[in-house]
Design a binder for this molecule. Structure first.
Ligand SMILES: NC(=O)c1ccc[n+]([C@@H]2O[C@H](COP(=O)([O-])OP(=O)(O)OC[C@H]3O[C@@H](n4cnc5c(N)ncnc54)[C@H](O)[C@@H]3O)[C@@H](O)[C@H]2O)c1
Length: 455
């Protein structure tokens, strides 16, 4: 085992290593969050190695191609640091970890088909760390985990071999990631971060390091589990509020009330935080984070009934999109079977190339079951194969060949569309699940229009 030069438990040592730029960093998991994190560490002047099991990703990066095309700003940072000795990537964790003082874990924490959180990547890497960590190293977990995961699992996995003893010769803390895909550079340089350590000294040392790299406000938490509890609370707050407005929007639809109008006015009240209804909640965070808290509750015998019902509401929204679509076909006296429907937007949220847990997939599968031929146009997925469908190259070419269009993602491009383009469809059926089409102009353009929650 290589001896780490720097004692990561000693504030003066760490400060000196930052100033002399001798602190060596290893980021394990260089995906959506980990790669920008690694680039930021390297840009600050610290020698940084990124580790990932995805060989193609490593090849792409090593050939000088930045894989995150929808992360403005990081393409330039990538071009800058890739030319220096400060940044390198590898699949070989066994080479990278023993030579590093700081190991940052940005590993995926997805869930399985039964909505059970899957921490296998973290557990696997923790097992590797138990033999690879140099004495006096510091591990920081940025992945989103349940409160108590560090204290109850990570520490004992890493200290499985007798060589490593927590708080004696290895140290651990958390700095949960809270950046938004598509805005990571902005968020990394402006959003406050939570810091929790295995003890107060480690929390202070993590703040020193993150202040050196990111210069954002760092909020010290009493321990790791509280930091992770805050991270989950903020995201689950959104999941619940989206469920709340989505459920309201179903009722407003029946009452002939436009939810957009309600929310615009409600926003004027000083303590109302606006959230918007839609076709469902996807992505790598919100749905999983709710299930992470539900998993904790189940484990310790607590009850989180609001989160449970919110999940049900959000998961039922694609079914409502189907209902609106069927309704509009009945209105047009047209059978949905064998019809051609264009899905506008498949990303789980606007202006990013990301389809993880996207409601678009559920809507597409439901429509296919009814015998619909699905076409997809998404500016972030041009001429690619997604969900077994070849996506369109442009909107103009496909629009005249379809019977209906469903706006599933509120991409900026769709907000800027001239509504008359929908008159080119074979039958002008338009479903808007994101509140971006004005119902009056849809009516004036003689469209058969259904807007989710629009009355
Ligand atoms: N993407 C987001 O919007 C976001 C925002 C905040 C927090 N997070 C959290 O950050 C964490 C990372 O998320 P992400 O979106 O960057 O995930 P990602 O899937 O984009 O990246 C994870 C990377 O880890 C690699 N990996 C998996 N197992 C590995 C192993 N055993 N060894 C080495 N590498 C391995 C994968 O190949 C992948 O490149 C998750 O916990 C997530 O919940 C994500």
């Amino acid at each position: 085992m290589t001896t780490s030069k720097i004692n990561m438990n000693n504030l003066e040592n760490v400060l000196e290593s930052l100033n002399s730029k001798s602190l060596k960093v290893c980021i394990v998991g260089i995906g959506r969050i980990g790669l920008p994190t690694a680039l930021s560490f390297a840009k600050s002047g610290l020698k940084t190695v990124g580790v990932d099991i995805n060989e193609n990703l490593i090849k792409t990066i090593n050939s000088g191609n930045f894989p995150l095309k929808d992360e403005p700003g990081y393409d330039k940072i990538f071009d800058q640091v890739i030319k220096t000795e400060l940044f390198s990537v590898t699949t070989k964790i066994e080479d990278a970890v023993p030579n590093s003082d700081l190991i940052v874990l940005s590993l995926p924490t997805p869930m399985d088909e039964n909505n059970i959180p899957d921490y296998s990547a973290l557990r696997n890497v923790a097992t590797q760390l138990s033999t690879l960590l140099s004495p006096n190293s510091l591990v920081i977990v940025e992945s989103t985990i349940e409160p108590g995961f560090i204290e109850d699992e990570m520490v004992s996995i890493i200290s499985n071999s007798d060589k490593l003893i927590i708080e004696k010769n290895f140290f651990i803390g958390v700095c949960p990631e809270n950046a938004n895909p598509g805005e990571i550079l902005h968020d990394f340089t402006s959003l406050p971060r939570l810091v929790g350590g295995i003890n107060t000294n480690i929390a202070k040392i993590i703040q020193l390091i993150y202040n050196f790299v990111f210069s954002v406000e760092l909020v010290e938490m009493p321990n790791c589990k509280t930091a992770n509890a805050v991270k989950l609370t903020t995201n689950v707050f959104r999941d619940i509020n989206i469920a709340f407005v989505s459920e309201l929007s179903l009722m407003f639809e029946k009452l002939g009330i436009d939810t957009n109008v309600v929310l615009e006015a409600a926003k004027k009240k000083y303590n109302f935080q606006v959230h918007y209804p839609g076709a469902g909640v996807g992505g790598p965070c919100l749905p999983i984070n709710s299930y992470q808290l539900l998993n904790t509750a189940k484990r310790i015998g607590s009850n989180l009934s609001i989160i449970e019902s919110s999940r049900k509401i959000n998961e039922n929204m694609p079914e409502h999109v189907l209902k609106l679509t069927l309704d509009s076909f009945v209105d047009n006296k047209k059978s949905i079977e064998n019809s051609n429907i264009l899905i506008l937007g498949i990303s789980y949220k606007p202006n990013v190339k990301d389809i993880q847990l996207t409601p678009a997939e559920i809507i597409i599968k439901k429509l296919q079951k009814l015998g619909v031929n699905i076409h997809i146009y998404d500016p972030y997925f041009i001429s690619s194969d997604v969900f077994g469908i070849r996506t369109e190259q442009n909107l103009e070419n496909i629009i005249s060949n379809v019977d209906a269009a469903i706006i599933v993602t509120g991409h900026e491009e769709f907000k800027n569309l001239d509504i008359s383009i929908f008159n080119k469809m074979k039958s002008p059926i338009l479903i808007d699940t994101r509140g971006i089409i004005d119902p009056t102009s849809a009516k004036n353009n003689n469209l058969i229009f259904r807007g989710l929650g629009r009355g």
